[in-house]
Design a protein around this ligand. Structure first.
Ligand code: C2E
Ligand code: MG
Ligand code: MG
Ligand code: MG
Length: 283
């Protein structure tokens, strides 16, 4: 295999483009096995309130615990999952794992919201809302336990399907977040029509926000825009304390990023909570 350093700094061993012939077939076989045999694991990254400093919820991020290649990050295999037509299966596994974990936290008196990422193909998965409802109900969880994140790019690419699926997801209380917001050229009119709860400001805004007055004005007005539409604003990719201060000054609601915590296994998140000395609010 070929080693590759990615934008996010993770070391991955292969991407979809790197695979040819036999290699590729083996990878596909591996992928089917991974999904069916429990090699997918979730890491969780906290979303912190900038006003109360309290932990609101977590984002679940998939990793592939490969038997010989070690821990693989989404960038190394998600494109292949999509290409192989296995994304529905992956999404169901991830939803199951995330909701199981939410149930464990609930049992510990920590009613955390768990956010799960959906892909473009989730928008054409017309049974998804019913499956999601069943998965939540079978665990006896409140529907507000789950949030789904879908990128602005995917929403814009398939507006009609988004307008079908999202309201059905929200009917029973699942919340919807627009991921990587600010990179996908949404129109204001469309945003207003979309049944959504939260915007996640893309992490590409974080550094310019601290270095450039116009970038910082853009972030401030985007936060105001979210609020004027009644949406919660979350900043992602927060890597330092100055970004936190600036976002708080602009009235941003929540933040997520390496400065607060990297995505970690559930057990480590619980340790992080204990060390931090604050716990979740009573809802
Ligand atoms: P995303 O949903 O935008 O997730 C945020 C990504 O940014 C994560 O990368 C996270 O580890 C990384 N990140 C968090 N804080 C920081 C920071 O302060 N600085 C920097 N540089 N990066 C930060 P990850 O886990 O590699 O995931 C990449 C993407 O893969 C996700 O982007 C999401 O689009 C996708 N993904 C992850 N899990 C799933 C899944 O279960 N299903 C689907 N369909 N997509 C997933
Ligand atoms: Mg996300
Ligand atoms: Mg994002
Ligand atoms: Mg992203």
């Amino acid at each position: 295999y070929r080693a590759k350093a990615t934008r996010s700094g993770h070391h991955v061993v292969a991407t979809a483009d790197d695979n040819h012939g036999e290699d590729r077939l083996r990878t596909l076989e591996d992928l089917r096995a991974a999904i069916a045999e429990g090699q997918l694991v979730l890491h969780y990254q906290p979303k912190i309130s900038l006003t109360t400093n309290v932990l609101h919820g977590v984002e679940a991020l998939v990793r592939w615990n490969h038997p010989t290649r070690g821990l693989l990050y989404p960038e190394a295999f998600l494109a292949l999952v999509e290409e192989a037509g296995l994304m529905h299966e992956l999404t169901d596994v991830v939803l199951g794992l995330a909701l199981d974990q939410a149930g464990i936290w609930q049992g510990q008196g920590r009613p955390l919201t768990v956010a799960v990422n959906l892909s473009a193909s989730s928008l054409v998965d017309s049974d998804l809302p019913e499956r999601v409802d069943r998965m939540i109900a079978s665990r006896g969880l409140p529907s507000s336990t789950l949030m789904v994140e879908i990128t602005e790019e995917f929403l814009m690419a398939d507006r009609d399907r988004a307008k079908d699926i999202l309201p059905r997801l929200r009917t029973n209380g699942v919340r919807v977040s627009v991921d990587d917001f600010g990179t996908g050229y949404s129109s204001l009119a469309y945003l207003r029509e979309l049944p959504i709860d939260e915007l996640k400001l893309d992490r590409s805004f974080m550094l310019p926000m601290l270095e450039d007055a116009r970038a910082s004005a853009l972030v401030a007005s985007t936060i105001d825009l979210a609020h004027s539409l009644g949406l919660t604003m979350v900043a992602e990719g927060v890597e330092n304390g100055s970004a936190i201060d600036e976002l708080a000054r602009f009235g941003c609601d929540q933040a997520q990023g390496f400065h607060l915590s990297r995505p970690v296994p559930a057990g480590q998140l619980e340790l992080w909570l204990l060390q931090r000395g604050t716990d979740v609010p009573v809802r």
